[in-house]
Design a binder for this molecule. Sequence first.
Ligand code: WQD
Length: 326
Amino acid sequence: MTVLVTGGAGYIGSITLRAIRASGRAVVVLDTLERGHRAAVGDAPFVQGDIADSPLVERLCREHEVDEVVHFAAYKAVGESMENPHKYFSNNVAGSQRLLEALHRAGIGRIVFSSTAAVHGTPDSVPVRESDPIRCESVYAETKLMIERMLSWYGRTTPMRHVVLRYFNAAGAATDGTLGEDWRFSENLVPHVMKALIEGTALRVFGDDWPTPDGTGVRDYVHVEDLAAAHVAALDHLARGGESVTCNVGTGLGTSVREIIAVTERISGRPVPHGIAPRRAGDPVACWADVSTAAEVLGWTATRTIDDIIASALAWHTSHPHGHDS
Ligand code: WQD
């Protein structure tokens, strides 16, 4: 079987690419390299191009005899999406529409899609279930929801089946230290903790007066290699004829900002310089996943711990302070 991996040169895409290959599948990567890195693809077949280029996608599917697609390619910065909504609707939504059209023409029947827990906005209660109210609070989240909706309609009107994976907080790096995130292009906590530790620039903790046990925000951090395994489980589910499904991908556990700092200090043996800043607009107080659907339908559960996340991130960022450019 051959899998088309869009966005396979990015952070989650490249680590999942490796897991897909390890599952015995052939791959072909499509990535513009605007925010991805050629080095992250290694020796996998690679085409530099855009998901919106329908003729290219259709040709590539036919030439590589693609059976399955994992669709990562998207912009993912929440703040940027509020400043430049056009960019997000155009690339994420219109680009995905063009992609789906090409996949349909090429007769592709199975797709796994990267979505986000952010479609729930500030959850009414935790753990968050897939069926909980949908209330996007950013253009970014709305674009992911719109693609979910497109997949749902393709599922009703064509033979295409899908697994939507709603990621909670992806974090960490490849255990062998060769693939990871670039803190220069990330707004997320773990890369910022690593930058503070390694470069000495103080981390800003966005509020210590939240109604949580230690006053800082609580999230469900899922190791990127566990996330990668969820994609393989999703491909396996579709390959054995499974129905379309939407699954949360998290650990089911909440961890606070202070706990992340404490684990990092214990593992590195050094203090993480940090100060308290005002709460960040739009941040929910606490968010973690109900992970029962992924366990029941995909047979997948996360196995790695916060210690694994921090140890792998530390190894990666220490050896690659400028991401794949270093
Ligand atoms: C985690 C916690 C912050 C940075 C976002 C998107 C979501 C998904 C993942 C996907 C919060 C605190 C953070 C910092 C801090 N995106 N924090 N100082 O906001 O849960 O989710 O990223 O592609 O769609 O919304 O993740 O890592 O930004 O924040 O104190 O410098 O860390 O307040 O409590 P978030 P995050």
